[in-house]
Write a protein that binds this ligand. Structure first.
Ligand SMILES: [Mg+2]
Length: 104
């Protein structure tokens, strides 16, 4: 198991313990959880230091929370997070190469 999947497993484990998710969460619950973090990101300040992780800003901390939320729910659905991210990055690479060719 890669490092990213190990982190996703931990995110899921801690979210379960904290009552932030449950096994087999439905679409509405998933969207509500991610939406709550998105609202926190909207309200976060770009220049104020996070109260929890002092070397991050509030905005950066909330972006990390969104990553944790997404990793949690991907793991909850049995997704290989590392492969999914890698496949999407490769797809974006191909798209970027196409954009480059179109602009030449
Ligand atoms: Mg948050």
């Amino acid at each position: 198991m890669g490092v990213l999947n190990e982190w996703a497993r931990k995110c899921f484990e801690y979210a379960i313990r904290r009552g932030k998710t449950r096994i087999g969460v439905n679409h509405e619950e998933l969207v509500r959880g991610i939406g709550e973090e998105f609202v926190e990101l909207c309200m976060a300040d770009r220049y104020i230091k996070s109260k929890h992780v002092g070397w991050l800003t509030e905005e950066q901390e909330e972006m990390v929370d969104l990553m944790i939320c997404c990793m949690t729910e991907l793991w909850n659905q049995g997704v290989d997070v590392e492969k999914a991210l890698n496949d999407k990055i490769l797809l974006n690479k191909k798209r970027a190469e196409r954009c480059r060719k179109e602009t030449l």
